[in-house]
Design a protein around this ligand. Structure first.
Ligand SMILES: [Zn+2]
Length: 420
């Protein structure tokens, strides 16, 4: 969902009014652009009138150690009502998930008979329990959330986080920006002062209260004058980021199987072995990490070996589709339930760092094999994940053009402002 305010992109590109319109569109007061939808308020009023008894409405914020039972007792709600409410299946299901900071709303009459109770389910859904004679009825209620489109533009001087903070791009979205491009850019090495970004993202509001910084819809990152672009697109319930021509930004393999401290040994066909002290090819990469660090599958695959094997120590072999196999050695242990033949998802933990087998310290020895031929995991050209399927192509092109158009428009306007 994109709210473009009253700006008509194509016409405005040619007009001087562009700047004014963009400014109006971004600085619009929120209260105006985000009408608050509360379906329940009116129901409550009608009831008050019908019963001609006065209802008290309260919102209680849960404190540490609070629970629903305690809150209801504290407000001296009729004991009968409390036990009826706590016996409701959908209430028991969420009562244990309530935590400090959650809001519970309730209304009751003069005799402390509960009329309505509202419990938070997710940030957009609430569970509403209403009196129905002597009993209570449960309804799920979805409060309509409104989105507000936002932009951020920044130039990197010291770090991307600093630039993001200067551009008022929320920290969470700066991390997200890095994750989107992490497949092509090594953020610890590639960035230079003067590199810049433009981001189109969405905030979510309940009424005029910000409830969540939504996701990045489109982004452009200039690294040493090369533009990298990303457009978010949903296929079914899943979303991914694609380049404007529909290629996935994701590679089908993660570059490394864990968060490592350093690379302790590279792929080298003529190396002196640190334990054996003989000349022996090193057909993988060693990632040093503290003992017990989780090791993750670099791609979807199947466990074809899990156990001890000579110098590898405790090792896992994964077979991926087609011609790819990966190997993870010197583990301290495996996940308890993992067996040979199990299907594994990318990022799933398949073991923990150790130093079993021929290892001089805790690390994972990672091999990448193509047609059972060892290749350098740091240099192999990793295959890309699936591009936009053909049947979504036309729709994707529309979304991509619209979002990139918005980004460019904003960028042009911003540059224009700086030059004045
Ligand atoms: Zn090794």
């Amino acid at each position: 969902m994109i709210s473009t305010g009253s700006c008509n992109t194509s016409k405005l590109l040619k007009h001087v009014g562009l700047l004014v319109c963009l400014l109006l569109f971004t600085i619009q007061p929120l209260a105006k652009s985000v009408p608050y939808v509360v379906a329940l308020a009116s129901t409550s009023e009608t009831k008050t009138v019908r019963h001609t008894t006065r209802l008290t409405s309260k919102q209680v914020t849960l404190k540490k150690g609070d629970n629903l039972n305690r809150i209801l007792r504290r407000l001296s709600i009729a004991k009968d009502d409390i036990s009826k409410i706590l016996k409701l299946k959908s209430v028991t299901a969420i009562a244990s998930r309530l935590k400090a900071g959650n809001h519970v709303r309730l209304s009751y009459d003069n005799n402390r008979n509960l009329q309505r109770l509202t419990l938070p389910l997710t940030f957009e859904k609430t569970l509403v329990i209403e009196r129905d004679g002597d009993d209570f009825q449960v309804k799920k209620h979805i409060e309509e959330l409104k989105t507000q489109t936002r932009f951020a533009i920044g130039t990197i001087h010291q770090s991307l986080y600093q630039a993001a903070s200067d551009a008022r791009l929320p920290h969470k979205l700066a991390s997200k920006l890095m994750r989107i491009f992490a497949w092509d850019i090594d953020f610890s090495r590639d960035l230079r002062p003067g590199d810049r970004f433009v981001v189109l993202y969405q905030d979510w509001y309940k009424g005029n209260k910000l409830v969540r910084h939504g996701d990045i819809l489109a982004a452009k990152l200039f690294v040493r004058n090369k533009a990298h672009q990303a457009i978010r697109y949903n296929i079914g319930k899943k979303y991914s980021y694609f380049s404007p021509d529909g290629r996935s930004l994701k590679k089908s393999f993660l570059r490394a199987p864990l968060k490592f401290t350093r690379i302790s040994s590279r792929f080298n066909l003529h190396r002196r072995h640190p334990v054996l002290h003989t000349l022996r090819a090193h057909r993988g990469v060693d990632y040093a990490a503290p003992r017990g660090t989780p090791i993750k599958a670099t791609a979807n695959g199947k466990v074809i070996f899990r156990g001890r094997k000579g110098g590898y120590g405790k090792v896992v072999f994964l077979k991926h589709w087609g011609k790819y196999t990966t190997v993870y050695a010197h583990m301290s242990r495996f996940p308890r339930r993992m067996r040979i033949g199990d299907k594994i998802k990318q990022g799933q933990v398949i073991g923990y760092v150790g130093s079993t087998g021929l290892a001089s310290g805790p690390h994972v020895h990672y091999e990448f094999r193509v047609n059972n031929h060892h290749v350098d995991p740091l240099k192999v050209k990793l295959p890309r994940a699936q591009p936009i399927p053909r049947k979504y192509r036309a729709k994707f092109n529309i979304v991509a053009n619209e979002r990139l158009g918005q980004l460019n428009l904003y960028e042009t306007a911003h540059v224009g402002l700086e030059e004045r």
